[in-house]
Design a protein around this ligand. Structure first.
Ligand code: 0YR
Ligand code: MG
Length: 371
């Protein structure tokens, strides 16, 4: 599986809802930024990271792939996943300019493409290559009905509709207003509309501080919040540990953590209860596996964040024994040869060989930007 070409790509796929906001970001497109690796035996592996489709930032990633990593990969054997991961992640001059950030997510794209190649070579879907499915059915929870940019009426209607028509039993709604009582009011309206048997998580995308979170939780505890996600600044371990101590609502986080060591720090401080790794921000599947095993050894549930919009995570989630649920945001699925599919609130298990990242010709034609 000698690597003979390394071809970066940038796609900007429009969000079907137009534009959405959480507490921190307003976006209209999802960036699919990554690399196609072609081997001498004729296989093509695809890997990518998810971005907010900001072309100048996306080009930092593709320039890191082609300028920094490609010379280290050319002619290498794609079968040697761990050796190549170490070679790239620990390359002194690249590590000097970033053990996280651009260099790390560029490595994510490459690592995913290497796994895609190995799964295709084996003729197996990734979950099977990793060791088989540990759940019969993987439950999906819907994030795409809960944006902060939606009016309260639209939020309530969408939540009701996805339960009654799509069969979801689990929802997540965004919070993070300057006045947290506005979020309490929205949550109460949704709870009233969907009844007691639907689980509802909330996600502040890192917006609030500790006093605001504590004020929110004091009111929210009576409303049955499934988890409180990214309540505060992503790297602030002390505040998350304090919040976890002071509320009965479980704390969820991880989508902004770049490294296995960052997860260890939160786990060791008892600052996280639902662990949410993302292959597109960690350095790929190789590092995700470390994080998921670490969480599992602490008996913490793992529920991935879908920076890949679920294409790779559906494989990892069917496989990993700490996982029984996965986020659902369907924005980019039609860009792939085997799109993620949710039926009756459960993910359909993918069956094609590979890691689920092969782009369609149509998506490449419609959404490509020059690297
Ligand atoms: C928009 N899921 C998330 C989107 C979403 C973000 O910034 O990326 O809201 O991925 O937090 O849990
Ligand atoms: Mg989130």
């Amino acid at each position: 599986m000698k690597i003979k070409s390394i071809e970066p790509f940038i796609l900007h796929a429009p969000i079907n809802l137009g534009s959405i906001s959480d507490s921190t970001h307003t976006i209209s497109h999802w960036g699919i930024v990554g690399v196609k690796l072609v081997t001498e035996d004729g296989l093509a592996g695809y890997g990518f990271t998810g971005t907010h489709a900001h072309l100048a930032s996306d080009r930092l990633i593709t320039s890191c792939i082609s300028g920094c990593y490609a010379p280290l990969l050319l002619g290498e054997d794609a079968a040697d996943g761990d050796r190549l991961w170490l070679k790239l992640a620990r390359y002194p001059a690249i590590q000097w300019v970033g053990r996280a950030g651009v260099t790390h997510i560029a490595l994510a794209a490459i690592d995913i493409a290497l796994w895609d190649l190995r799964a295709k070579k084996a003729g197996l879907p990734l979950w099977k290559l990793l060791g088989g499915a540990t759940v019969d059915k993987l439950e999906a929870y819907n994030t795409d009905i809960g944006w902060l940019s939606m009016s309260k009426d639209k939020l309530v209607d969408g939540c009701k509709r996805t339960i009654e028509h799509d069969g979801f039993r689990r929802l997540k709604i965004k919070v993070g207003h300057a006045d947290p009582m506005i979020d309490i009011d929205r949550f109460e309206a949704v709870r009233h509309a969907v009844g007691p048997n639907v689980t509802i998580a909330v996600d502040a995308n890192g917006k609030w501080d500790l006093p605001t979170c504590q004020r929110f939780c004091a009111r929210a505890e009576a409303l049955d919040v499934f988890w409180f996600e990214e309540p505060m600044w992503y790297d602030d371990i002390r505040s998350h540990a304090a919040l976890a101590q002071s509320t009965s609502i479980p704390i969820a986080l991880g989508e902004q953590l770049y490294t296995a060591e960052a997860f260890s720090s939160f786990i060791d401080a008892a600052a996280v209860e639902f662990v949410q790794p993302d292959v597109t921000r960690l350095a790929g599947i190789t590092e995700y596996i470390q994080v998921a095993h670490n969480a599992h050894s602490h008996r913490l549930p793992v529920v991935a964040h879908v920076g890949d919009m679920g294409q790779v995570h559906v494989h990892l989630s069917y496989w990993h024994p700490a996982t029984s649920m996965l986020e659902y945001i369907p924005w980019i699925k039609d860009c792939f040869v085997e799109p993620i599919r949710v039926e009756g609130g459960f993910y359909v298990r993918p069956e094609a060989p590979g890691a689920g990242c092969t782009l369609t010709e149509q998506a490449i034609a419609d959404y490509s930007k020059a690297c």
